[in-house]
Design a protein around this ligand. Structure first.
Ligand SMILES: [Zn+2]
Ligand SMILES: [Zn+2]
Length: 154
């Protein structure tokens, strides 16, 4: 995404639109994919020798839950995007793409979860414990706590 600095005056100028998700270069990570375009709603304002750009970036990301492996889709948003670009000529084409990419990558969570309460997979039989308790007979957490409670009350 480029802004022609000559178009921007002291009055804040609004730029909204979208960029193809290929600007994010997510191909290297097999688990994280952009499920749509990168949307931006930015305001640019010109000061003496700099262009200040701030606003909101948003993209839909598909990934897999780190606990159970089910697919997850989540809107990643950077609501505090702000960059300043020094101006050296009356009109320059300022490319925001690398900064948009960086801001989105920084906003990505370390891992995706289908829900905060995801129970994940049984480490023994691999059953998805969100769907049903597994049948491999591994004593669950609740049983362990039950035994502990009995000890306390003896
Ligand atoms: Zn999950
Ligand atoms: Zn199991």
């Amino acid at each position: 995404m480029k802004i022609e600095s000559g178009q921007v005056r002291k009055r804040p100028e609004r730029f909204t639109g979208q960029e193809p998700s290929t600007i994010l270069d997510l191909d290297l990570d097999p688990l994280v994919r952009a499920a749509g375009a990168v949307r931006y709603s930015l305001t640019a304002q010109r000061f003496a020798d700099e262009l200040l750009v701030c606003g909101v970036l948003e993209v839909e990301i598909s990934s897999r839950c780190a606990r159970c492996g089910e697919s997850v889709s989540q809107t990643i948003q950077d609501g505090t995007f702000m960059r300043s670009y020094p101006l050296t000529a009356a009109n320059e084409s300022i490319d925001l793409t690398p900064d948009i990419r960086e801001a989105i990558l920084l906003a990505l969570p370390m891992s995706f979860l289908c829900s905060a309460q995801c129970r994940g997979l049984c480490p023994d039989c691999g059953a998805n414990l969100n769907k049903a308790p597994c049948k491999c007979g591994r004593p669950g957490k609740s049983a362990a706590w039950g035994a502990l409670d009995q000890l306390k009350f003896k």
